[in-house]
Design a protein around this ligand. Structure first.
Ligand SMILES: *Cc1c(COP(=O)(O)O)cnc(C)c1O
Length: 457
């Protein structure tokens, strides 16, 4: 617990690190805002919880009605080092005054260069690397594919079942789940091939056998000589925090390396200290040719990076890469502060500590609630998969009930999974043990409410 004091102490008095529900959820002010929003914002932009946020710090989110929520979602793994981390806020505020925008392709600036150096040092692999900075995760994926195609002279892009890579045209093609991401939005970019993944709870395959299945698919159905890259998430995020079986990713890497296929780790959700390592690839002993980072990289500011082997990254002619806002100085400086905070606060070990608190508790809940079919995850990236008791049939209704119950009781809980039957736990590393355990006791009550109603199981 003492490990968390450093960060928890940074909380200003205005956001006490405690759960407090003082109105119905959503409260009257949130409801009024929601009405305005429905008139002004397209319906295609959903919101998991119609509670409107006013302030946030550390592991707590405060809504416009003054309710305080324990945040187990961190804006989908973005505020990994905590909401409004003081060092990030101070660095970004100072940079706003110095240079807000310069456009790196016109007049460059140091924070971009420093961040490229840091990403090169902190991504797996002891070789020369270069980093391109862009605005969003999807844009990082787009650029990785673009670079891999140029370097290899091949067009094919391989992805894995249950993957999520974004919402632009190419990344929609690379994403697995039709609803809500793809249905009606085609035609999609071509030459994208979806191969079977490793999903131990559902396929029961060893890493070697699952890798053989993936490779067979790519060799027989796609043809290696046309394949530029394999893009994969070391731990699948939106797909349901699927941790591949041991040996799966190393076997894929070996095959990619042997066949000239660029091995691209989409660490947009799993990277930047989320799993108790700088990048989740480290847990699996793989060294990707390119690593993509985004979500947690800049403490909440928009930024993404493509870090890759220098010889691959450098094949593209000047002007072939870039973008107006890519590597914006304010975002870049915020990211430098994130790196500094992860080092100075020892956040990698805190990520491991959170796993040690979270996984045993989730297993206790599994022993108690038959609806939990699987417990999995690494670091502060863990999940429970809900099923119809006695089967492995996905139970999306139970997930909806549990997340709604949690919100009513002051805990922000996110769902995931291509079958919408996974609850993911991705708290910020600023969360105290006490808050985490308190949130889990709410989850316990929420799961118990399923038996009480006896409607969802
Ligand atoms: C969120 C996410 C993306 C897309 O990032 P955006 O910034 O939303 O474009 C891509 N890949 C993974 C693994 C993600 O989690």
């Amino acid at each position: 617990m003492s490990q968390f004091v450093q960060l928890a102490d940074l909380a200003p008095a205005t956001v006490s690190q405690e759960r407090r529900i003082i109105t119905a959820v959503p409260g009257p002010k949130s409801q009024a805002l929601h009405k305005r929003r429905l008139a002004a914002v397209p319906l295609g932009i959903g919101s998991a919880l119609p509670i409107y946020v006013e302030r946030a710090h550390g592991a707590i989110v405060v809504d416009v009605d003054g309710n305080q929520f324990i945040d187990l979602g961190a804006g989908i793994g973005v505020t990994t080092i905590g909401h409004t981390n003081d060092a990030v806020v101070a660095a970004a505020a100072a940079q706003l005054h110095n240079v807000t925008h310069a456009m790196f392709t016109i007049t460059p600036y140091e924070p971009y260069v420093r961040l490229a150096e840091l990403l090169g040092e902190h991504t797996p692999g002891d070789f020369e690397k270069k980093t391109l900075l862009v605005n969003s995760g999807a844009e990082a994926v787009e650029n990785a594919v673009k670079i891999a195609r140029y370097f290899t002279g091949r067009t094919g892009v391989a992805v894995l079942d249950h993957a999520y890579h974004g919402r632009t045209n190419l990344t929609m093609a690379m994403t697995y789940k039709a609803m809500p991401y793809k249905t009606g939005f085609g035609p999609f970019a071509g030459e994208v091939h979806h191969a079977p993944n490793s999903y131990p709870y559902r396929d029961g395959l060893s890493g070697t056998v699952a890798a053989r299945r993936t490779i067979d698919y790519l060799e027989k159905k796609v043809g290696v000589s046309d394949l530029a890259c394999l893009v994969f998430e070391p731990i699948q995020g939106e797909g349901g925090f699927v941790v591949p079986a041991d040996g799966y990713l190393p076997a894929l890497q070996e095959w990619c390396n042997a066949n000239g296929v660029i091995f691209v780790a989409d660490e947009i959700q799993s990277g930047m200290a989320r799993t108790g390592a700088w990048f989740a690839s480290e847990h699996f002993g793989i060294v990707p040719d390119m690593v993509l980072s985004a979500k947690g990289i800049a403490g909440g500011l928009p930024l993404a990076g493509v870090t890759g082997r220098a010889e691959i990254m450098d094949t593209i002619h000047a002007g072939g890469l870039g973008g107006t806002f890519g590597g914006n100085p304010v975002s870049a400086v915020a990211a430098l502060a994130v790196f500094e905070q992860i080092h100075s606060l020892g956040l990698l070990s805190i990520g491991k500590h959170i796993e040690q608190v979270l996984l045993p508790k989730l297993r206790d809940l599994q022993a108690k609630h038959e609806v939990i079919g699987d417990v999995r995850g690494i670091g502060a990236m863990c999940a429970i998969e809900l099923v119809i008791p006695g089967t492995k049939d996905p139970n999306a209704a139970a997930v909806a009930t549990v997340t709604a119950f949690a919100a009513q009781h002051g805990v922000i809980l996110l769902s995931a999974g291509t079958m919408a039957n996974v609850i993911r736990f991705l708290p910020s590393l600023a969360i105290s043990d006490d808050l985490l355990l308190e949130a889990l006791s709410v989850v316990d009550e929420a799961l118990a409410s399923l038996h009480a109603g006896d409607r969802n199981d």
